[in-house]
Design a protein around this ligand. Structure first.
Ligand code: AR6
Length: 340
């Protein structure tokens, strides 16, 4: 997944470079800066002393010493005043300069903390938006795996309005399913425990349907197999053509890396994960019925029995197909993210 939000201590990230939220002196401090210097050991400070400080909005790179990564990129974020002192431009510039430095140094993976959102007081939801917007813009032009590392639960907030809209949507749709007793539903459907076990995970009853349809038409199983539908990969490639997208436009919008896309393109029977199938439906901006159709081709369905599906449905119904914003919301609700 090119852009991923994870909960971790950044000093534990096994990536090519981690980014430090430093100050202009580059000589260490509190917060994530303190953690990084402690974990890297005193040689990091010795190298930092040779750099002559750094301007706000810019970044400098050093080796990583005892850390499990190769480089530390020291970025100096702005102090939040009131939002009217160029804070956003300076924060954007921090991310851009750090990503350019990572690229120049051949890094394939980079992890960022939420720069400026701690001691420097930048509102966390706005800091996160700057991070996501700037990184995703960079990823449209470049191949890299970028992590936004969130340290503690409190550090993470999506906009309050979006959060409460999604919560309401989940309440309306999720509770409706869960007030219904599962045994009762099984009884109504006339399913035994074993039948029910076979039905888990949205498995579709395609084969029995095909078999009974085929036998009603007097067809053999061989004949029935010849009527096999367009596969997931065929539908995906057809839709990309219909939408007049390039392959790269599509996989980047889906937050899927190029290698995985090539696999899907070259294997007509490729079976993607549900998160991958949905990511492509989002990239293609499919309406709900077509999203369900595309998922079905990969053997999945959308249901109101889990929050992940309801959140995806919420975004499709709202016409918001920004995979990064969807992932932000999925992360806030502790769900797995869209992409590979
Ligand atoms: N891993 C990931 N994120 C972390 C970690 C960690 N180990 N520790 C804290 N964070 P801050 P700033 C998060 O205050 O606001 C220093 O003194 C934290 O929850 O470290 O840019 C420098 O020397 C928050 O969301 O950096 C500067 O003087 C985010 O990292 C000043 O602080 C950034 O918080 C910079 O302030």
């Amino acid at each position: 997944m090119p852009l991923e939000i994870v909960r971790n201590d950044i000093t534990k990230m096994k990536v090519d470079a981690i980014v430090n939220a430093a100050n202009k002196s580059l000589l260490g401090g509190g917060g994530v800066d303190g953690c990084i210097h402690r974990a890297a050991g005193p040689e990091l400070l010795a190298e930092c002393r040779t750099l002559g400080g750094c301007e706000t909005g810019s970044a400098k790179i050093t080796k990583a010493y005892k850390l499990p990564c190769k480089y530390v990129i020291h970025a100096v974020g702005p102090r939040w005043q009131d939002g009217g002192h160029g804070e956003k431009d300076k924060l954007t510039s921090c991310y851009k300069t750090s990503l350019d430095l990572a690229k120049e140094n051949g890094c394939e993976s980079v992890a960022f903390p939420l720069i400026s959102s701690g001691i420097y007081g930048y509102p966390k939801d706005q800091a996160l938006k700057v991070a996501i917007d700037t990184i995703s813009e960079f990823l449209f032009e470049n191949d890299m795996t970028v992590y936004i590392v969130i340290f503690d639960r409190k550090a993470y907030q999506i906009g309050e309005k979006l959060f409460s809209d999604i919560e309401e949507y989940i309440d309306d749709n999720y509770s409706e399913e869960h007030t219904d007793n599962i045994r009762e539903r099984r009884r109504r459907l006339n399913l035994s425990e074993e039948d029910a076990a076979l039905n888990v995970e949205n498995r579709l009853e395609v084969m029995p349907m095909m078999a009974s349809k085929a036998s009603a038409l007097g067809l053999s199983l061989d004949d029935a197999m010849k009527q096999i539908d367009e596969s997931f990969s065929q539908m995906l490639l057809r839709k990309i053509d219909e939408e007049k997208l390039t392959d790269a436009e599509c996989y980047k919008k889906a937050n899927i890396d190029r290698k995985l896309f090539s696999k899907i393109r070259s294997d007509v029977h490729y079976k993607p994960s549900k998160a991958t199938a949905l990511a492509f439906a989002i990239a293609l901006e499919l309406p709900l019925d077509e999203t369900k159709d595309m998922l079905m081709k990969a053997g999945y369905a959308l249901s109101h029995s889990n929050k992940f599906d309801i959140i995806i449905e919420f975004f499709i119904q709202s016409g918001n197909y920004n995979v990064f914003e969807i992932n932000e919301a999925l992360f806030a609700f502790d769900q797995s993210l869209l992409g590979a």
